[in-house]
Design a protein around this ligand. Sequence first.
Ligand code: AMP
Length: 357
Amino acid sequence: MPQLPLPPDSTLGILGGGQLGRMLSQAASRLGFDVVILDPQPDCPAARVSRAQITAPYDDPDALQALGRLCDVVTFEFENVPAASVETLAEAGALVAPGPTALAVAQDRVDEKTYLNAVGAPTVAFAAVTTLDDLTNAIAALGLPALLKTRREGYDGKGQVWIRDAADAEAAFDAIGRRPAVLEAAAVFQRELSVIAARGRDGAVAVYPLGENVHKNGVLKTTTAPAAVDTATQGRAEAIAAAVLDGLDYIGVMGIELFDMGNSELLVNEVAPRVHNTGHWTQDGCVCDQFEQHIRAVVGWPLGPTQAHARVEMTNLLGDEVEQWRALAAEPNARLHLYGKHDARPGRKMAHINRIL
Ligand code: AMP
């Protein structure tokens, strides 16, 4: 196993070569590391700014062996990494961060909420649903409206359906493919916030100021940060983040999505054991952004500063919105971050712009 802290010149592997992998790779190369990307799509966005790409499925044992041998540390840009892949990487001699427990917790919405509540991070009331009978009982227990979500593999509002009337329960269960699910009580929140937090190899925790998020059609549209919150709310978010990260012995950056219920009461919606879209504002609002922070954590360097030196509004550019790049590049107080994706399919995250407020 490699000695920590890893010196510059070491090699870092990233599973996943989308925009998050690309921005992680850029941050790593700025610190002197070489980066190897594993992604099934040839010429993926991250590979074009990295030293090398292994082009193979994420569960290909030979590819994982090769990545683990090449790299001192391996990390991820997404949470749905099979546990067996983590084992193969570790067997090949690489340190892997975040660890398998954090991935397992984040892959299953019931396990996630159970864990969160156990460490004192409150969530909405919920019930596990495997059968239509379970769903009927859950509706009786939680009341309506309620939100039915698949336990695994939902993102950006996919795999979830609102139930407003008990008569619609079966149709809702059909709509999510009768897969194992969780029924969630409706959160009557004032706004959606998120907090980006990091934990280093020495157990130090660093938390960025809260961001306020606006979604459109289930997809993040803007994050404004630091959010206009009182110190009690920021303090509460920091306490939640520390409990969640410490409880997992977590290494790296985590994104924690929150519902602001008013009176400094926060509920955790979900956690992502990786850099997060709602943390992109840190690239232009902080000295050490979430990508560098994640690299610092996984290679065993001290964590960087998290205070904001500017207020930033981050806007995602989806699909053909990226064609406005000429006008956006001409804005005086903004920084455009393009992901180098060739194909601007509708709804695809193509770029973001950070406007200094
Ligand atoms: P998720 O995929 O869990 O992040 O949910 C996507 C979006 O649905 C969230 O950002 C909220 O706007 C909304 N949402 C999710 N869960 C709930 C809930 N229990 N109550 C109210 N709104 C929710």
